[in-house]
Design a protein around this ligand. Structure first.
Ligand code: AHR
Length: 362
């Protein structure tokens, strides 16, 4: 195998073994024997994040490239900044994964949650640094507006790892690496599921995520691109933001039912909004299967709704960032080259596998 491992090129042998087992998962990336073991955040087997080496690109960053002295991660205090409220299982799982990994490695971790307030998140991260955080893992709410944090981190030689959503800036100058999903591809896969469920024709609505971040834009772009290319008889007749919340998804769907009572499909850009849509449709007297619903995330509640027939398919967005984020921080501190754009693969749930794969949901 001659391709480089995007996190740690020095682990080539381990990666070759893992790839042969189709288990290029966290344990493999660490060079551990127990690669197939469940992630430390609990749940079923096979749920750890898996890097998509082809999508990750080959740019790397080392401490020397970044102008930061090498370090031993176990001597450092790590700060984690969560962007959104932990009422969404995606956020609960993401934070828990970071906490579990810190505990497993014996790393001192401090955390904050900005409750979807961007100004709050900027001040949270500054607070983490004043509390002594020497390495930062940030799940950003938005990608722009980080200059005050980037300047302060640079002045104090604090490396930044961003997870889930990117921070706009220059890799290896403003941050070490981004770890996350390909959101455009998620949108395309959601479109494929919608086209299949509708048999290639019908009127559909999009419940958009929160405005002002790349997840909403990318999940829309990928979806619309695929519908336009593959399904000329599928028409998008309604788009409105449900803010990535269950309540938002419910209230937007209630409006949708008023204006488009015969809607054939709903693409909800996360599970929480999709579950809100189910509540609204149920309340309006619709039955499971009357409206095709496709969502993104992979929460237990959404996958259960595939089993009970309300949701047609869920494209996963895996939030278990702890192992890869800490591995990247450790490798960077040890002076190794770390990939600057680490893209993970996501699975998919539909009627054919939902029951059997429920243990992978979160
Ligand atoms: O950025 C990822 C998205 O943010 C998840 O799909 C969603 O549930 C969360 O709010």
């Amino acid at each position: 195998m001659n391709e480089q491992h995007p996190i740690r090129p020095s682990l080539l042998t381990t990666v070759a073994v893992c790839a042969a087992l189709t288990l290029v998962a966290t344990g493999c990336a660490r060079g551990e024997d127990d690669a197939a073991a469940p992630a430390s955040d609990g749940g079923g087997e096979g749920q750890a994040q898996v890097l998509d080496e082809a999508a990750s690109g080959d740019e790397t960053c080392s401490a020397a490239d970044h102008g930061i002295e090498g370090f031993d991660l176990t001597d450092k205090k790590v700060g984690f900044s969560q962007s959104e409220a932990e009422s969404n299982p995606f956020r609960i799982t993401e934070t828990q994964s970071i906490k579990d990994e810190a505990e497993e490695r014996g790393v001192d971790l401090i955390t904050s949650n900005a409750q979807s307030d961007f100004a709050q998140q900027i001040s949270d991260v500054q607070d983490l640094m004043s509390q002594g955080a020497e390495v930062l893992i940030i799940a950003p709410l938005n990608s722009d507006g980080w200059k005050p944090v980037l300047d302060a981190a640079e002045a104090d030689s604090v490396p930044i790892i961003t997870v889930d959503r990117p921070i706009n800036g220059t890799a290896c100058a403003d941050f070490v690496t981004f770890i996350g999903s390909d959101f455009v591809e998620q949108g395309r896969r959601a479109a494929d599921q919608m086209i299949d469920t509708l048999g290639g024709e019908g009127e559909i609505a999009i419940l958009l995520g929160a405005p002002g971040n790349n997840v909403t834009t990318d999940r829309t772009d990928g979806f619309v691109e695929r519908i336009e290319a593959e399904a000329p008889d599928v028409e998008i007749v309604f788009e409105q933001s449900g803010d990535f919340t269950r309540e938002g998804g419910q209230s937007v769907t209630e409006q949708l039912i008023q204006s488009e009572p015969d809607i054939d499909g709903i693409y909800a850009q996360n599970d929480e909004m999709g579950i809100g849509a189910v509540t609204a449709l149920n309340g309006a007297g619709k039955e499971p299967g009357d409206v095709a619903i496709v969502t993104v995330d992979g929460t237990e509640a959404a996958v259960e709704h595939i089993v009970d027939g309300w949701i047609s398919a869920v494209v996963e967005s895996n939030p278990r960032f702890g192992p890869l984020a800490f591995e990247a921080a450790e490798a960077f501190g040890a002076g190794e080259e770390v990939g600057t754009n680490l893209i993970i693969t996501d699975r998919e749930y539909d009627a054919a596998n939902a029951e059997e794969e429920l243990s992978n949901a979160y």
